[in-house]
Design a protein around this ligand. Structure first.
Ligand SMILES: Cc1cc2nc3c(=O)[nH]c(=O)nc-3n(C[C@H](O)[C@H](O)[C@H](O)COP(=O)(O)OP(=O)(O)OC[C@H]3O[C@@H](n4cnc5c(N)ncnc54)[C@H](O)[C@@H]3O)c2cc1C
Length: 416
């Protein structure tokens, strides 16, 4: 299935942050680019929690991969799932038959890590793709509808208790947004609701929120969450959840129908099929040039790749995937010209997390900001990074509407 015998084929697995960047950066290279993904879209995962909390519609944070790279002459897209890689034969097995490659870039991203807790995998709600976000939105809104019909006070309180597990950026943003959805919007939809029945808990197993941030910002984030009525608990590990009660490792039982699991990610399942020894979180160790050892024509990038820098593993975040994608495109071009490859070095631009309207924390370019200035910075950065003018415009309009009218447009309960 090679496009042209003379022109090398670069197959990229994954139209996420890393894969898309490679495809774009190779637009003028003398190669045929074949991008494959099991979905037909590129997803801006950092705003998934806003879909889950009825702030945005899915199509506002995603864009069809074909539309993103429309006009790129050496580009082809295929919506297929890759099931195996035969490195010796330079061939991918996919749901639509085999695909041969000259160069392969694996960028399949990650998946929710439930750390082997089967009950949480079954009853907890992960947040990794659009269907997860819609499931959370449906579930939260359904809990409110059921609470309105529930005569038993204890059962009603359990329906209105929302546990978010994990004090990283996703957990903090999710808890803050959930609180605002409930306290600013749903109170108006459910005027008979006793707001005192609502509880939002953010449970963190360690003793810190947002560990990548300096202490001052971590404290500011914690205080803001408390001000938004989120109960932040440290040293709180969820061990079991049956859909009715969350059991903590300490023995405490919290009656709740909702556990949103934001406690971890690991490499995508494809990495486990490669026959390669994984490092932490199932990520595959790569050479400094991001090549796979022994296979100079194979590169692994983004969440699926394991690489340490200054003694620390590179984080599973979008800028790492993007910068790796740029580096790989340059290295493929260098390899074609017979030049030595460049080692990859990550340039950390900082960390941002928002905790709702007018509230965020930012550690960028050595600056530590919190409150309104950090929130404005968060808004600007996310609008710039969203792909497509239409998405930028619609997200901006939605945010402005919600900001001024205390609304959430997308609070529909849709059937799966
Ligand atoms: C809820 C959430 C919030 C986040 N917030 C932030 C944030 O604020 N800032 C930040 O920097 N990072 C954030 N991240 C992390 C960031 O999204 C990831 O680090 C980044 O997406 C990794 O890029 P990637 O290219 O490695 O993979 P991804 O962007 O995940 O893309 C992987 C692609 O591969 C496809 N794929 C997987 N397996 C296969 C297969 N077998 N066959 C075909 N296709 C396949 C998937 O469909 C997907 O499109 C967040 C992640 C989540 C889930």
């Amino acid at each position: 299935m090679k496009a042209d015998k003379m022109i090398p084929t670069v197959v990229i697995v994954g139209a996420g942050f890393g894969g898309l960047r490679v495809a774009r950066a190779l637009r003028r290279a003398p190669v045929q680019v074949v991008l494959v993904d099991r979905n037909n879209y590129h997803l801006f995962q950092p705003l998934l929690y806003q879909v889950a909390t009825a702030g945005l519609e899915p199509e506002e944070i995603a864009k069809p991969a074909r539309a993103v790279l429309r006009g790129q002459k050496n580009f082809d897209f295929r919506m297929i799932e890759v099931t195996r890689v035969d490195f010796a034969a330079k061939r991918l097995d996919t749901t639509a038959g085999p695909i041969a490659y000259d160069f392969l870039v694996l960028a399949p991203g990650g998946e929710t890590n439930f750390f082997g807790l089967a009950s949480l995998q079954r009853h907890g709600l992960g947040l990794k793709d659009i269907p997860d976000a819609i499931t959370i939105r449906n579930h939260v809104l359904t809990c409110f509808e059921q609470a309105m019909l529930e005569p038993d006070a204890e059962k009603r309180r359990a329906l209105l208790t929302f546990i978010v597990v994990g004090g990283g950026p996703t957990g903090v943003e999710m808890a803050g947004a959930l609180s605002e959805l409930i306290r600013l919007v749903l109170v108006k939809d459910y005027p008979r609701l006793n707001i005192k029945d609502v509880r939002i808990l953010l449970l963190e197993a360690t003793d810190k929120l947002l560990p990548a941030l300096p202490e001052r910002l971590r404290e500011a984030a914690g205080k803001t969450l408390w001000r938004k009525y989120v109960e932040v608990r440290f040293g709180a590990t969820v061990a079991d959840f049956d859909g009715r009660q969350a059991h903590l490792k300490s023995g405490e039982i919290i009656p709740a129908q909702t556990v949103i699991w934001a406690a971890g990610v690991r490499a995508a399942p494809l990495t486990a099929t490669l026959g390669l020894a994984p490092a932490r979180q199932g990520r595959i160790p790569v050479e400094p040039t991001l090549q796979l050892a022994g296979h100079p024509e194979v590169f692994i990038i983004g969440d699926a790749a394991y690489r340490e820098q200054d003694g620390e593993p590179l984080p599973m975040v979008a800028p790492v995937a993007i910068q790796m994608g740029e580096s790989v495109a340059r290295n493929i071009a260098r390899q074609l010209r017979g030049q030595p490859l460049e080692p990859f070095r990550y340039h950390d631009q900082g960390t941002l997390a928002t905790i709702g309207r007018n509230a965020a924390v930012a550690h960028v370019f050595g600056l530590q900001l919190s409150g309104f200035p950090a929130w404005v910075m968060w808004l600007v950065v996310h609008i710039i990074q969203l792909i497509g003018f239409r998405n930028k415009l619609f997200v901006l309009l939605n945010w402005a509407w919600d900001y001024f009218f205390y609304e959430r447009a997308a609070r529909l309960i849709t059937r799966d």
